[in-house]
Design a protein around this ligand. Structure first.
Ligand code: HSE
Length: 462
């Protein structure tokens, strides 16, 4: 069986045939999903909904050929995909190229992953406990079998922090990694602080939203964060996974009083995972932490996660995003599938220069500025005369431009001397060509003294 060295790992399988001329010709890569919980079904759905876009990136179709779950829940639709109740049926299915281990826990997941590896299958997992506690054994088995085990989804949900540290920051000597890596805990602390809610009540909501672990003490006692920190420390410092040596302290003892005192002192309490390299060794610790209220991480609230990495060359870089939930975690799972599937489809390929396969680039046009939609701030310098404001608003109305706010300032200084008055308008979104036309008409009014100052508004949807 031929092997090809890619990113330090040899990859083998059926699948390593002679590269074909066009990416359209590669055989579909078959995926087997073990576990149809929040992440499993989220990944199934993402693979279906983004099917065409994913094929453009990989160069072949990604097909879910087999799923296993104890049951298909109400509202889940897996079409005519082959279904088993036994996850080993997926692992032993000769059709399956990549096994998604999305069961969670260790008891079934560990033998399942080891069997998949023994069967020569690549594995993608979101299981932080499995990687933190048994990763050393799993990666050794995978290396011996020349298969990949990818685990981006195991840390910080939708934030591609594994890739960022392992690849993006590979040129650095990493000094420390610190962050909020448990969404449930951050959600609880945020709600307690902002709404004065009780600990147990918020935890129940996090469970209902699908953020919490099956055993929520993993979240609130810091075990889940310790799993994730163990993984981050390994890839940051090049050390074996050492979960049992992680210091872990939870948030369950914190009271409203502590949160109020922190506020008074100018701090926030966050449940942080911190790993720092020192002369004597590596710190590996999870505990509630006072952080300055002005620091970026202090404003990371709700279920959001954020990880800051300090490297000797890049300095500090910050990664922020949804740390839990079906779609964000599925985003990381599918990214791993793409990495593995690209190698299966064509082992001699590297990541395409423009992210999508060269022969599958889209012909979508770049919009001219006139076709861009934006909201606007307008500063109009008008003569201090009756009817000016109504002339301006009439023009905006004729172009179906909705006004969000309007301020007419009292003229001062030079403006007052010249009998000019600044009119400030904030609009809703509109096509730029409409705004251009409206501005041209406003500037043509005899009562408008200067060119209109326009600044576009962009609202970050977070
Ligand atoms: N229970 C975890 C959290 C899920 O709340 O962050 C994502 O790992």
């Amino acid at each position: 069986m031929p092997t090809f060295w890619v990113a330090g790992l040899a990859v083998a399988g059926r699948r390593l045939g002679v590269p074909l001329l066009s990416s359209n010709d590669y055989a579909p890569v078959k995926i087997g999903i073990c576990g149809l919980g929040t992440v499993g079904y989220g990944s199934y759905r993402l693979l279906q909904s983004n099917r065409q876009e994913l094929a453009r990136r990989v160069g072949c179709e990604l097909v879910v050929s087999h799923v296993a779950s104890r049951r298909v829940r109400e509202g889940q639709d897996i079409g005519d995909t082959r279904y088993s109740t036994d996850p080993f049926a997926v692992v032993n299915d000769p059709e399956v190229d990549i096994v998604l281990e999305l069961l969670g826990g260790i008891d079934v997941a560990l033998p399942l992953v080891l069997q998949a590896i023994a069967n020569g299958k690549h594995v993608v997992t979101a299981n932080k406990a499995l990687i933190a506690q048994h990763g050393n054994e799993i990666f050794a088995a995978a290396a011996a079998q020349n298969v990949l085990v990818a685990y981006e989804a195991s840390v910080a949900g939708g934030i591609p922090i594994i890739k960022a540290i392992r690849e993006g920051l590979a040129g650095n000597h990493i000094q420390w990694v610190a962050g909020i890596i448990n969404g449930t805990g951050n959600f609880i602390l945020t709600e307690m602080r902002e709404k004065g809610r009780a600990f147990a009540d918020v935890l129940q909501e996090a469970q209902a939203l699908g953020y919490a672990e099956a055993d929520p003490t993993f979240d609130i006692e810091g075990i889940d964060a310790a799993h994730k920190l163990t993984i981050l420390a390994s890839i940051a410092f090049g050390i074996p996974l050492q979960f049992s040596k992680t210091y872990t302290e939870g948030i369950s003892q914190l009271t409203q009083q502590d949160i109020r005192y922190a506020d008074e002192l100018g701090y926030r309490i966050k449940h942080l995972g911190i790993s720092r390299k020192t002369e004597n060794g590596i710190e590996l610790r999870v505990h509630p932490t006072f952080i300055d209220e002005d620091s970026l991480i202090a404003s990371v609230n709700g279920v959001m996660n954020a990880v800051m990495v300090n490297g000797d060359a890049a300095g500090s870089t910050l990664y922020y995003g949804a740390g839990a939930g079906a779609a964000p975690t599925a985003s990381a799972v599918v990214a791993d599938i793409i990495d593995v599937a690209r190698l299966i489809a064509n082992p001699q390929s590297s990541v395409p220069a423009l992210a999508f396969q060269g022969d599958r680039l889209s012909g979508l046009p770049i919009l001219p500025m006139a076709q861009v939609r934006s909201a606007y701030y307008l500063r109009i310098t008008a003569l201090d005369q009756v009817g000016v404001l109504s002339d301006i608003t009439e023009i905006l109305g004729d172009h179906a431009i909705n006004i969000e706010a309007i301020i007419q300032k009292e003229p001062r200084g030079v403006d007052a001397d010249n009998q000019r008055v600044p009119v400030i308008i904030l609009t809703r979104e509109v096509l730029e060509q409409e705004m251009n036309a409206a501005i041209a008409q406003i500037e043509a009014l005899p009562t408008v003294a200067e060119r209109v100052m326009r600044v576009r508004v962009f609202r970050f949807d977070v």
